[in-house]
Design a protein around this ligand. Structure first.
Ligand SMILES: *[C@@H]1O[C@H](CO)[C@@H](O)[C@H](O)[C@H]1NC(C)=O
Length: 247
């Protein structure tokens, strides 16, 4: 359906020059992108960004520079014709990304923790739709996560809002996504959660009958009633027998 959720290590170098009211900001961002345990699909990415616009990028899977602006295209052409320079970039995949993979994996990949997900009905803010659902994912690591809504199996994009990934302050994160909607009978609404700790996307289906907490209260109440009745009956039988002299 979508790109696998992976993690990446990012190193940024900045150079900024200001003259009067004009500012120039050059940024170089190098990334090691890891998407599986066995280093399969590993990538080294080296981006050059000028005033927030990426103009040229080296991608180790492609093995050369690609330009995205006029200036970038020109530089890509020049840099790609320099075999020495290309070689220096390509070797980073081994000497930087693969070389440090154990450290990054033990710091991040091996410490992944699955989110706990809760789907609940909440009061809509006002206006457009009478109902709102909240899909909350708690205590996951690392931060990268994707929470989406499905209505009868198809992704819903409108009337969806989400918080950022919020840091708990204990290395774990939480996120809350909201869907405002007008209920239709017979439809199926689900929240889908994708995270590197999960081997496949997790689906949570909304059961419009009664929220779980309410069902639990009813179950506890009913058990109490049954237990109370049994005890009362036992007491009554005991009392009757005793008073009629059987005991
Ligand atoms: C690098 O190139 C490969 C092959 O074209 C592509 O699948 C991948 O998305 C690119 N990675 C980035 C971060 O641009």
């Amino acid at each position: 359906m979508s790109m696998p959720i992976a993690f990446y290590i990012c190193l940024t170098l900045f150079l900024s020059i200001f003259s009067g009211t004009d500012g120039y900001f050059e940024q170089r961002v190098t990334q090691c992108r890891y998407s599986s345990k066995d280093l399969h699909g590993i990538e080294f990415i080296d981006s050059y960004v000028f005033n927030k616009v990426e103009d040229i990028r080296f991608n180790s899977t492609v093995g050369r520079f690609v330009g995205y602006t006029e200036h970038g295209v020109k530089n890509a052409e020049a840099w790609n014709s320099d075999a020495g320079f290309l070689g220096q970039e390509q070797v980073q995949l081994e000497s930087y990304c693969k070389h440090n993979a154990d450290i990054y994996y033990s710091a991040i990949r091996d410490k992944t923790v699955e989110p706990h997900v809760r789907l609940s009905s909440v009061t809509p803010p006002s206006g457009r739709h009478p109902a709102m659902l909240m899909c909350s994912a708690y205590d996951f690591y690392p931060k990268q996560i994707r929470v989406t809504w499905l209505r009868d199996g198809r992704e819903v994009k409108s009337d969806v809002t989400s918080t950022e990934e919020l840091a708990n302050g204990d290395w774990y994160y939480q996120i809350h996504s909201h869907l405002e909607y007008t209920p239709k009978s017979g439809e199926k609404i689900s929240c889908m959660v994708e995270h590197i700790s999960l081997t496949e996307p997790m689906m949570y289906h909304w059961d419009p009958s009664l929220p779980e907490a309410e069902r639990n209260k009813i179950a506890i109440g009913a058990s109490g009633l049954v237990l109370g009745t049994i005890l009362a009956l036992a007491g009554l039988i005991y009392y009757k027998k005793k008073s009629s002299g059987v005991l």
